[in-house]
Structure formats: C-alpha cells, structure tokens
Design a protein around this ligand. Structure first.
Ligand code: PDD
Length: 286
C-alpha cells in the first residue's frame, strides 16, 4: 500500500488528509519539488533542495522541518514504499488558517506533503527512438516563474491542449514569439553549427535542476553553449530540439506544431547529453 508523509506522519494515501482551510488549497500559497529516484537513490537532490530553499525564501514560508530532517524523511518514505525507480513529490504550503489573503498572524505551521510514485522509466523506448511532439501556446503565466509554485493552472490547461493535439508537451511562447519553457520542462535547441541553445534563467522561467546539470555536462563535453531565447521559427528549423525535466531527463523533440524538427529524427547531441546525465548524475553504468 502506498504511503504518504503528511505533517509528521506516514499514512496510507487513502487516509492522508490536508485541512480544508489549507492555504495551498485556498490560494495555491505553496511550493513543490519533484525528484527522480534511480537505483533507490535521489537524482540531483542537492539542486532540488537548493531550489526548494529559494522558493520557500521568496514566498517567506518557513521550512516545515530542518533541511537534513527533510532529506531523512524523503529517504525513509522511499524505503517504506520500496521504490527503486520513481519520483518523489514534495508540497509545502504556508499552512492552514481561516481564509484571509494576507499571511496568518501569528504564523501557522507549514503543511508538508510527500508522496512517492513508481515509474517504469524517464522517457519510454518509443519516445527515445522517435522523439516526442510539442505544440506551442501563449505563455499566460505570472512573472515569478522562477518560484516553483503549486499554482499550475496555465500548465494544466497547456498540457491538456497538448494531449488533445496528440502531443507530449506544450512550449509556452512570450509576446515576442520567443519560447519560454515547457509546461513542466525546459526547452532546448541545437543550431546548424552544433551550438546548444537554451534560455538564460531569470524570473521568466524555472531554473530547471536537470537543465543546470545538462549545461555543466555540455561544457565538460566541449559542446558550445549559447544561453539565449530562441523563437518558434528558429526551433522549427533547428538541427535538434529537446526538453528536460526531472521526469524525462533529456528527451528528443522531433515535431513542433505538427512539423518535423530538423530531419524529424532524434538528434545525436540530445542522445549524448542524455547518456552523460544517466551516467554522471543518475549513476547508471553505460
Ligand atoms: N516540472 N519548467 C517548468 C515550468 C517545470 O515545471 C519543470 C519541472 C521544469 C524542469 O525542472 P527540473 O529539471 O528541475 O525538473 C522546467 C516538474 C517535473 C513537474 O512539475 O512535474
């Protein structure tokens, strides 16, 4: 039976509860993280914990427990669920208090929810062999996308639109026609001369932890990197495109708005970066 960790207790999912006045439910006043589990170990966990610290700090939400204690509980929840390949989700909200927009005074205890899910893999064999399809949609989100907030309605609508177009992801596009990021992933292209291009991190995109590791690996591999926004048109004529996240690692994108990207096949650089990530970060042997 799947166990969740909710406010200090390990409980079967069916018994796990959050209060109706929780500010996560009432206002989306909370943050989250998603971390991959490979071989029973957390992938890129320091990066995720650093980003969690930043998200909490930006919203002035207190840690529900110390960072070392949180790491311990994550590992214990994974152990109790017997998951060796999967994902762990953490949601932290400002807590439960009578509905009022401003922060509760005195402060209430933040709500912490952790769940673990078994997944078969981070990208299916078909997705790796053929690549995935992506559509483009207007980016209708707020201007603090650097905070990993649980307020995900634009992404919910975007993903639904993608599914209805038989696509895997939707890339969001700003008013200048430049791609910001995917609904739950960062967006990348490879130019004709083999340069890796992805948007620099600022308040307009989430600083993907997978993105950060892939960039470090690219530099190690001697791949030219250009941190700049790219347009939908440029992506369509790029040599390669791919997306990155904790749930997919690096996954080739071979169709954009129903047109092939490059030659329509997954690219070599995408494959090399994914392999490097699996070996160097996930500890998977070649
Ligand atoms: N999403 N951009 C957005 C908007 C995201 O939601 C995510 C992750 C990323 C990639 O970040 P990372 O490499 O740290 O996973 C970029 C997670 C996986 C999710 O919501 O399921």
């Amino acid at each position: 039976m799947a166990l969740a960790f909710v406010n200090g207790r390990y409980l079967p999912h069916a018994q796990a509860r959050v209060a109706v006045e929780d500010r996560g439910f009432q206002f989306a006043d909370g943050v989250y993280e998603v971390v991959a589990i490979v071989g029973g170990r957390l992938v890129d966990v320091d990066g995720h914990m650093d980003r969690l610290a930043r998200s909490l700090g930006e919203l002035r939400i207190a840690w529900p427990m110390s960072r070392p204690a949180l790491s311990l509980v994550m590992r214990e929840l994974i152990r109790r669920n017997g998951v060796t390949t999967g994902l762990i989700y953490l949601q932290i909200t400002r807590g439960a208090a009578p509905r009022d927009f401003k922060f509760p005074v005195p402060a209430v205890r933040p709500t912490l929810v952790m769940t673990v899910r078994r997944v078969a893999r981070f990208g299916s064999p078909a997705q790796l062999a053929d690549g995935v399809a992506v559509i483009t949609i207007p980016d209708i989100r707020w201007l603090r996308r650097d905070i990993k907030s649980v307020s995900l309605l634009p992404q919910v609508l975007g993903k639904q639109q993608a599914v209805e177009a038989a696509a895997f992801e939707a890339w969001m596009v700003d008013t200048d026609g430049l791609v910001t990021e995917g609904c739950s992933s960062n967006a990348w292209i490879v130019t004709a001369d083999g340069t890796l291009v992805t948007r620099p991190t600022d308040h307009l995109i989430l600083a993907g932890v997978t993105r950060g590791s892939l960039l470090r690996l690219a530099v190690e591999l001697g791949i030219a990197v250009d941190l700049r926004p790219f347009s939908v048109g440029e992506a369509r004529t790029a040599r390669e495109a791919f997306l990155s996240s904790a749930t997919t690692f690096a996954l080739p994108v071979t169709r954009l708005d129903d047109q092939p990207v490059g030659d329509g096949q997954p690219g070599d650089l995408t494959r090399r970066l994914r392999q490097a990530y699996l070996e160097a970060v996930c500890g998977v042997r070649p």
